[in-house]
Design a protein around this ligand. Structure first.
Ligand code: NAD
Length: 525
């Protein structure tokens, strides 16, 4: 059996042979070809899963402390290579270097620190009360690794959304096969490199680059859980594939986050936040602000503040000191164009933007829309682009009704100077995360669970749930073994009377009677 020695003297991961098909990667900033990346075949996926399967027992039985010590080496790797990685992620996605550091890498460091401090408490064996029916016994719950976890990740935060679930599954004692998005294969290579650099034993993390076919092959392979982040349409396919075996899935899907701006809000702060929350990563965040619901008395003033803030947003590539980069996935621009055209046809007003930028690459102008209402695609569907749709609402109740009457439920926010009111409204929002006078940040707090409701998916990661989701709880009960028999064991002959007394006593909540009934039960031989 593999022991801690292996953790201390690890083997470098092998280079995985890849398929003959390749995927052309173009720069979202210039449109130039940056390289070709392999698309792993089904056979290569199965081979990767087999390596992960072989590595699983030893990794599962290694100590949490040893696993954590090894994984903490990622901090050293990021300290040494972080700037280079930010540049490569920028090349892949076009996002500003500052954002590559902030949104992609900082949360990984914070997550490692959080789990270093808390993983033992979260995963360790816990004593539980034994039922009143079983006096004198000890009860525990343990959280055991599931086995081999498939992580399938998207292109919008291709580093963060790949590495954090992988790390969480590893800390919990699973081995992992990661399938990064084919849209951002450069970042997929960065992730592969990081795990190779910390010297994990062969098979503990396998990275298979490839497209949807590769992802589908991974779902059909011999894995024990699928952790999927991506669109609703693909999430449905992943779940259908998982149902065949059946294995657990976690789906982190899209969003259409509502930001509710009440008349008593700090409007300047709210406007700056809306523009950051809607245009960060060019609007390609599952937690982007995608609907701004503004109370009528402050609607016009707020729209003017938004107009000023949006006008100040600098657009460009990572080397242009910009706030907002290009669309990472070229075809996503077509969705944005379709949504904006549909909104215009149905009566929305374009105050700013609403068109592609006249330059090479995949740039779309920061866009401000007013007069938006349900029934428009820009309101009903996830846009995943740099558009701020503003909806005028009569009051807080209409805002909450609209926010909740939607297919998605990922994030939401309430803006008011009355914190009590803000908290009460945040509780009424039907979503996985809610903030008051802030946006998005809860996803950056490694102590808080993250996930969606409705079409935004189910399951949670980050926080304690982020480790527990990669485990199976195991219940354990212990008896000291001193008595030769138990009151509940055979023979049943002669036990009906005292059993009925015990039943009545528990139903009536009469504990003395219950003890008496147990004594009688124990005496029946
Ligand atoms: P996508 O569904 O197109 O692809 C996601 C991943 O699934 C990719 O790696 C892709 O290759 C793979 N895939 C495609 N077909 C597959 C199949 N049949 N079986 C298995 N895997 C398959 O999503 P995307 O366009 O990369 O990402 C954007 C979407 O992700 C948006 O809807 C966004 O809101 C959502 N998202 C959600 C979260 C969250 O945490 N809730 C975070 C980021 C993005």
């Amino acid at each position: 059996m593999w022991t801690r020695n292996v953790l201390e003297d690890p083997v470098q991961a092998e280079t995985i042979p890849q398929g003959e098909r390749t995927n052309e990667k173009r720069s979202p900033v210039t449109g130039q070809v940056l390289g070709r990346f392999p698309i792993a075949s089904a056979a290569e996926v199965q081979a990767a899963v087999a390596r992960a399967r072989q590595a699983a027992p030893a990794w599962k039985s290694s100590s949490l402390e040893g696993r954590m010590r090894l994984l903490m080496r990622i901090k050293d790797v990021l300290r040494t290579h972080g700037e280079e990685y930010a540049r490569r992620i920028g090349e892949d996605t076009g996002k500003p270097h500052a954002d590559a550091l902030m949104s992609e890498m900082l949360p990984v460091l914070a997550t490692l620190d959080y789990y270093k401090k808390n993983a033992e408490k979260i995963l360790g064996r816990k004593k539980q009360p034994s039922s009143i029916l079983f006096p004198g016994k000890a009860s525990y719950v343990e959280h055991q690794a599931i086995g081999v976890v498939a992580v399938i990740s998207p292109w919008n935060f291709p580093f963060n959304l790949a590495i954090i679930p992988v790390l969480s599954a590893l800390i919990s004692g699973n081995t992992v096969v990661l399938k990064p998005s084919e849209v951002t294969p450069i970042t997929g290579e960065v992730v592969r490199e990081i795990f190779a650099r910390i010297g994990l034993p062969v098979g503990v993390v396998e990275v298979v680059q490839g497209d949807g076919g590769t992802g589908a092959a991974l779902c059909e392979a011999n894995v024990d859980k699928i952790f999927f982040t991506g669109s609703v349409a693909t999430g449905r396919k992943v779940m259908a594939a998982a149902a065949k075996r059946p294995i657990p899935v976690e789906l982190e899907l899209g969003g259409k986050d509502a930001m509710i701006v009440l008349a008593d809000a700090n409007l300047k702060r709210a406007a700056k936040a809306a523009v950051w929350g809607g245009l960060l990563n060019c609007g390609q965040a599952c937690v982007s602000v995608e609907r701004i619901l503004v109370e009528a008395p402050v609607h016009d003033r707020f729209v003017e503040l938004l107009r000023t803030e949006v006008s100040n947003v600098r657009v460009g590539g990572p080397d242009e000191d910009a706030d907002m980069g290009p669309m990472i996935f070229g075809r996503q621009i077509e969705t944005v164009e379709r949504h904006v055209e549909d909104a215009k046809k149905r009566g929305a007003k374009v105050l700013l933007g609403g068109h592609r930028l006249d330059r090479p690459g995949q740039f779309y102008a920061p866009t401000l829309l007013t007069n938006v209402s349900p029934g428009m695609a820009i309101y009903d569907d996830e846009t995943f682009g740099p558009v701020l749709p503003v909806v005028k609402v009569a009051d807080q109740d209409e805002a909450i009704r609209l926010a909740n009457d939607h297919q998605y439920g990922l994030n939401g926010s309430v803006w008011t100077r009355d914190i009590k009111r803000g908290l009460a409204l945040a509780s009424r929002l039907e979503c996985g995360q809610a903030t008051v006078n802030d946006l998005i940040i809860s996803v950056g707090n490694p102590a808080l669970p993250f996930g969606g409701v409705k079409n935004s998916g189910f399951g949670r990661y980050h926080g304690p749930e982020g480790l527990l989701t990669f485990t199976q709880p195991k219940a354990i009960m212990v008896d000291r073994g001193l008595l030769n028999s138990e009151p509940f064991w055979f023979p049943f002959r002669g036990k009906y009377g005292p059993m009925k007394d015990a039943f009545d006593a528990l139903a009536e909540g009469r504990m003395t009677k219950l003890v008496g009934a147990f004594v009688k039960l124990a005496r029946v031989r």
